[in-house]
Design a protein around this ligand. Structure first.
Ligand code: FAD
Length: 562
């Protein structure tokens, strides 16, 4: 009868425990959890703070009692593993009653991650709280109910944005502070701009490109001081500037770690025989770039926990743990933002050649009420068309498209294969050519040379070297166009093609419209008239989002519209 000891009783640890029991009725399975709760819904904590989840009991998905009854697991909260002896095969546990030594045949480490606490003056203020545990969520909710009026959220990652949204929905004045240029830093700037705008629209004050240098204790409230000189009064401060693997105990035990993350093979085996590890504490290898870093997401932790149990009890048939793509999703007011695979900065940093596509396709048939765009950014290999990464922002249907694209990336598909995906359609749900199919069509056109693209980020160079041809309607042109552009609505282009040739005077022609659809048609007209042409990827929708605040200075607006 194997004795399996699991450290950490939430996502990865509890998945391993439950699977182990389902595989082997005879196994002795002990789960050691430092905190007071096991199997709690950490992903649900922001929604509890915001009041969407009202009953704290709903956060406790299982209890030691329910786990004993259903799975015969020996679950021990309040058990902090403080040492591991891999030679003697035992762990030392600190409990309220003293130290205990527990031996094992197989040890699974699922200790997760701990919040990064920046070393700034005032960080120990009682008004500062992380959002990692049920107790954290209860304390934050108590502050909200206790009359807190102003909240400052330090860190605009996924959890920070969720916390800010929850506090704003509870009626607080909320500021969110992010050291990188925009909130949700893995998102491309042209999509993150939409997120920033939405945060502002729901009343959240966004401070990007700045960081807290200190927290001052004042009369009845704290003041968060930022590097840009801003001073933000706060009745409560949520700290969410990142996490690090919680592995000091295991590193001390000689288990190989890299920058604090436990090194595992593709079956979750650590450097020590008989010891496996899963979840936020482990090192993951990026399937696109080979970069080695932890992926702190619930899905990969849960799935790896299950596969590790297989490897312990059925090693001959255990499947390997696939590398995580980092597929993630977050709600921001009325928007959903989601991503999978590599982003532009990562591809650039690793010298991986890529072509980027932008698309603004409706989530469902345009003629059906409530149609709204999904803003998609897709990176592909320029030679093979292999999908490297995708991101999307929109009000509806983003989850479906990112999940389809994540599946396609996992399957190693090339962009033109997206055209053939047979996706469910009826007017309230999609289009006969779904946004994913359309992305494939744009990609195929780029791969086979039917479509050449230019990018918003190259605007300054294009203005200096090329003729910009704007093919939107008169009313669209009036709302803002780039200086010096030639305006010919696309319906008039064939008759007026000589005007283009004259104005270009041998220079390349760079075509633009609102979203990239009409400019792609116009690009074909200009190319077939013998001129060097390219179409603006994503059109002015992407251009405006890329320019952000600069759009006001760069784009010329007709006096009648101003
Ligand atoms: P955890 O689930 O964190 O469990 C680790 C447990 O180990 C902890 O309970 C800890 O107390 C215990 N432990 C640590 N050291 C010891 C020790 N020495 N002895 C005993 N016990 C120990 N991910 C998503 O994919 N989507 C989301 O929407 C999402 N939202 C989130 C919202 C919040 C507020 C938080 C905090 C996280 C969220 N995550 C989300 C991340 C997700 O929860 C984690 O990636 C996932 O829980 C990691 O699983 P894990 O098993 O590695 O660690």
């Amino acid at each position: 009868m194997p004795k399996i000891v699991i450290v950490g009783g939430v996502a990865g640890g509890m998945s391993a425990a439950a699977r182990a029991r389902r595989l082997d009725e005879s196994a002795e399975i002990i789960v050691l959890e430092r905190g007071p709760h096991v199997s709690f819904a950490n992903c649900g904590l922001p929604y509890f703070v915001g009041g969407e989840i009202e009953d704290p009991a709903k956060l406790l998905v299982q209890t030691p009692e329910s786990l004993r009854a259903t799975l015969a697991l020996d679950v021990r909260p309040g058990h902090d593993v403080i040492a591991v002896d891999t030679a003697a095969k035992n762990v030392t546990v600190q409990t309220a009653y003293g130290l205990e030594v527990i031996d094992y045949d197989a040890l699974v480490l699922a200790p997760g991650a701990a919040a990064v606490i920046p070393e700034i003056p005032g960080i120990t203020s009682p008004r500062v709280r992380t959002l990692r545990t049920v107790d954290d969520a209860l304390a934050l909710r108590d502050s909200v109910r206790g009359g807190a009026r102003r909240a400052v959220v330090l860190g605009a990652g996924f959890i920070g944005v969720e916390a800010a949204e929850a506090l704003a929905a509870s009626g607080l004045e909320v500021s969110i502070v992010q050291s990188s240029a925009h909130p949700l830093s893995p998102f491309e700037p042209e999509l993150a701009w939409l997120v920033s705008q939405e945060l502002r629209a729901i009343g959240i004050d966004v401070h990007a490109g700045t960081a807290a240098t200190g927290i001052e204790d004042g009369a009845g409230h704290d003041t968060v001081v930022l590097t840009d000189g801003s001073r933000l009064p706060a009745d409560m401060i949520v700290l969410s500037v990142g996490v690090r693997p919680d592995t000091a105990t295991f590193e001390r035990a000689g288990i190989a770690c890299e920058r604090g993350a436990i090194v595992v093979d593709d079956h979750g085996r650590t450097s020590m025989p008989g010891v496996w590890a899963v979840g936020d504490a482990t090192l993951s290898v990026d399937p696109m770039t080979g970069a080695r870093h932890p992926v702190a997401l619930a899905g990969p932790a849960n799935r790896a926990g299950r596969l590790v149990a297989d490897d312990i009890l059925r090693p001959a048939t255990a499947r390997a743990i696939p590398p995580a793509l980092g597929t993630a999703i977050v709600r921001v007011g009325s928007l959903t933002a989601a991503l999978t695979g590599a982003n532009r900065a990562v591809l650039h940093a690793h010298g991986i050649a890529h072509t980027t596509l932008h698309l603004h396709a409706n989530q469902h048939a345009g003629y059906f009420p409530g149609a709204s765009p999904i803003h998609v950014v897709l990176h592909i290999d320029p030679d093979t068309g292999r999908l490297l990464g995708a991101q999307a922002v929109g009000t509806e249907g983003v989850d479906k498209r990112i999940d389809v694209l994540a599946t396609a990336i996992r399957a190693g598909m090339a962009v033109d294969e997206l055209i053939d995906l047979d996706l469910a359609y009826s007017p309230p749900y999609g289009q006969a050519k779904d946004a994913v199919n359309l992305t494939g069509m744009v990609g195929e056109n780029v791969l086979n040379g039917n479509l050449s693209l230019w990018y918003a980020e190259d605007l300054d160079e294009v203005l200096a070297t090329s003729l910009v041809l704007d093919v939107r309607r008169d009313d669209e042109w009036a709302t803002g166009h780039v200086p010096g552009a030639l305006h010919i609505p696309h319906t008039e282009l064939r008759e007026r093609i000589d005007e283009v040739r004259e104005r270009a005077a041998g220079r390349p022609v760079r075509v633009m419209c609102a979203s990239g659809v009409r400019s792609a048609i116009a690009h074909r007209v200009v190319t077939q008239a013998g001129m060097d042409s390219a179409s603006l990827s994503g059109g002015t929708l992407t251009l405006r989002a890329s320019l952000g605040e600069r759009a006001r200075d760069v784009l010329v607006v007709d006096a009648a519209v101003r």
